[in-house]
Design a protein around this ligand. Structure first.
Ligand code: 5RP
Length: 231
């Protein structure tokens, strides 16, 4: 099966977590795109009544095109569920996100959601996070200094992500640094906290203890992986 078909399977399967009356965080990326398309179809054809909060300008545009009602997170008392993609997830459901440069809004929305459902194809499943370069959102001000501090803290190469015309600028007007840690992030919460200590770091693409469910599509079909409740 090709990867696009797997993305569609995972994205559409996640829609079972959405019912009328829900407030839904809408993630960003090429997998959750299929979730948004399916939710839009259900809104138009089945009368699904939801309100969405988008995690990027690209998602906002797509959701509007699909006829999904949107509002600001600040207008709501939290969300029922967020559905989002991931770049990697490990056996503890810790995530690397930010491949699409939307990590800051994605994390704000995920933190406000009662449940986080992640949609992924089986390339995203890893034993140890970090083969995917870790995205870190930083202020444009003195980003060279922040880059050096990140390299020193992690002991690895890191690079400013480039757009078409110089550094890529996020929806929040910031830059992204991608850190080439390799698959060495054994304690994601520790790495996240250490990076957040650097003043120029706005947010880190490590989503620790947030994900509740992974909808995983592979050659053998779709599996629903639920995190054990340890509380
Ligand atoms: C955007 C993200 C995406 O969710 C992540 O990059 C996965 O995207 P895709 O489904 O296109 O592989 O974190 O910031």
């Amino acid at each position: 099966m090709d990867v696009e078909a797997l993305k569609a399977e995972a994205g559409i399967a996640a829609c079972t977590y959405v019912t009328s009356g829900m407030k839904v965080g809408l993630g960003t990326g090429s997998t959750v795109k299929y979730t948004i398309l399916e939710l839009g179809r259900r809104v138009r054809e089945d009368g699904l009544d939801i309100v969405g909060v988008p995690t990027s300008l690209a998602t906002e545009l797509l959701a509007k095109e699909q006829g999904i009602a949107l509002c600001e997170l600040d207008e709501l008392e939290g969300l029922d569920v967020v559905i989002d993609g991931t770049d990697e997830f490990d056996p503890d459901f810790q995530l690397i996100k930010g491949g699409g440069a939307a990590l800051l809004r994605e994390k704000i929305v995920a933190q406000s959601s009662a449940k986080m459902v992640v949609v992924a194809d089986d390339r995203k499943k890893v034993q140890c996070l970090g083969a995917f370069p870790l995205p870190i959102e930083v202020t444009p001000f003195s980003y060279g200094t922040t880059l050096k501090a990140i390299q020193e803290k992690l002991g690895c190469e890191a690079n400013i992500r480039q757009g078409e015309d110089g550094p890529l600028v996020t929806d929040n007007g910031n830059f992204i640094i991608d850190a080439q840690t390799g698959p060495t992030i054994r304690n994601p919460a520790h790495t996240e906290a250490a990076l957040l200590h650097i003043a120029g770091v706005v947010q880190v693409g490590l989503f620790t203890n947030m994900c509740d469910v992974v909808i995983l599509a592979g050659a053998d079909g779709v599996s629903v992986l639920e995190k054990e409740d340890t509380s």
